[in-house]
Write a protein that binds this ligand. Sequence first.
Ligand SMILES: *Cc1c(COP(=O)(O)O)cnc(C)c1O
Ligand code: SF4
Length: 352
Amino acid sequence: MAKRNIVSTEGRFVLTTSTAISPTWQRAMKEAVRDPAELCRLLDLPSALAAQATQADRLFSLFVPRPFLARMKRGDPHDPLLRQVWPDLAETLPVPGFSTDPVDDQSATLTPGLLQKYTGRVLTVTTGACAIHCRYCFRRHFPYGEAPKSLADWQPALDAVAADPTVDEVILSGGDPLTLTDARLAEFADRIAAIPHVRRLRVHTRMPIVIPQRVCDELLAWLRGTRLTPIMVVHANHPDELDDATGQALRWLVDAGVPTLNQAVLLRGVNDDADTLAELCRRLVDLRVLPYYLHQLDRVAGAAHFAVPEAAGLRMMEQLHALLPGYALPRYVREIAGAVGKEMVLPTAARL
Ligand SMILES: *Cc1c(COP(=O)(O)O)cnc(C)c1O
Ligand code: SF4
């Protein structure tokens, strides 16, 4: 089972010059909380809770950067941000229908690290590292060890993209691509831009939300500098995730001319009510970030306690429709292995 651990994955692409000063975001990665007991201490929660986290923590380690932790309410074991990162005992129980590769990434793999499911766009697994460990992550069991590590290792994937003129968009995903240094990302973007038929470069990242300090001049420089049209897709699930620093980071991205979208996952005990979702969408559009997708939870082993039935999700979408302007409504989708794209979750009775 792939266990994501920043210690083993960071440094892959990190500059090794001894004079390099570690930027704030890299320090935030190093100083992230990895110990359930420490998390309890910092949040004024009973230490007995930490003991219950041990087993799940062994399956998928706790990892919470402090800028994200600072947005959690102290003394509240049900805080919606805490719930997203808390190694719950429920994760250790097998639940029928919840598997290690729920979206069939395995059969979508073209070359190591390169996935294609949909026409026109390919997804690159640039790293296994993330700035946070989300318990519901559909790639929590992904075999990251098999993905390319150096730029040279990426050559077969780049050759595959170059050989297919129908691909006009490359998605940097992971893990979180923004855990890599900007020097490395700029180089990778250059290699992709050298393929004439690729037009857009999309970045799927949670970094601007969890460690907003990641949105720095170096990042904006390569996003602005590439000939490709950059598109940023961030990931926030609850309005409390959008504090002042995150708002500033998102403003910088948008001011740099980077279209920025948000995807959220519908999660029980986190955002499974229309008022919370509506407030998330309002805050996002105030920041000029458009809600893109609301994902039905992928049925990944260990995440069953986050599941919300589709009928309940559809009711919430109807409520959202009545509360929000059309442009602030996310599309409610699920991922079905083998489908031509994300599939809209719709009421089965179609009106004629
Ligand atoms: C979700 C996903 C995409 C992107 O789909 P869009 O609908 O374009 O956002 C691309 N490739 C893979 C493998 C995906 O899982
Ligand atoms: S940031 Fe994304 S890839 Fe990383 S653990 Fe969270 S959901 Fe998974």
